[in-house]
Design a protein around this ligand. Sequence first.
Ligand SMILES: Cc1cc2nc3c(=O)[nH]c(=O)nc-3n(C[C@H](O)[C@H](O)[C@H](O)COP(=O)(O)O)c2cc1C
Length: 150
Amino acid sequence: MKIAILSGSVYGTAEEVARHARGLLEAAGFEARHDPRFTLETLEAFAPDALLAVTATTGMGELPDNLLPLYHALRDRVPDWRGRPGAVIALGDASYGDTFCGGGEQMRELFGELGLREVLPMLRLDASETVTPEADAEPWLAELAGLLRD
Ligand SMILES: Cc1cc2nc3c(=O)[nH]c(=O)nc-3n(C[C@H](O)[C@H](O)[C@H](O)COP(=O)(O)O)c2cc1C
């Protein structure tokens, strides 16, 4: 099974988590590709069986700039990936209040619009609570690997 890992990051934390996820999913036997610069074309060429988005939140609940072109291309062109598994890891900071993990929420909504099947509730990693997001994501990623294998 091929898993595409999209990432949105300003300072690099989400990208590190995405890289870590790729390593764990590969170790679990999947063909995982992480590319912070995926375009709709390179994503369609990879032909993913499942999608994982790992994204930070910036501004007031916004997606990082590096993910915006792909986000808009997916919304505009709506590739037919209906029914394929999708999951989201959101990085944020609870001290931002209402916009906590807003970027992840936007990816979650987009995955819903594409008809992806949410196999696991979105993971929220709170920078005000933890400085080890990669390690904190491990149990969730192990669960994801198990669900994708079924
Ligand atoms: C300018 C700025 C704005 C932010 N806005 C939000 C926000 O609206 N909601 C949220 O949950 N986190 C917000 N954050 C926190 C980041 O999403 C969080 O620190 C994340 O771990 C950063 O990941 P990155 O290193 O991949 O950019 C903001 C951080 C900065 C520096």
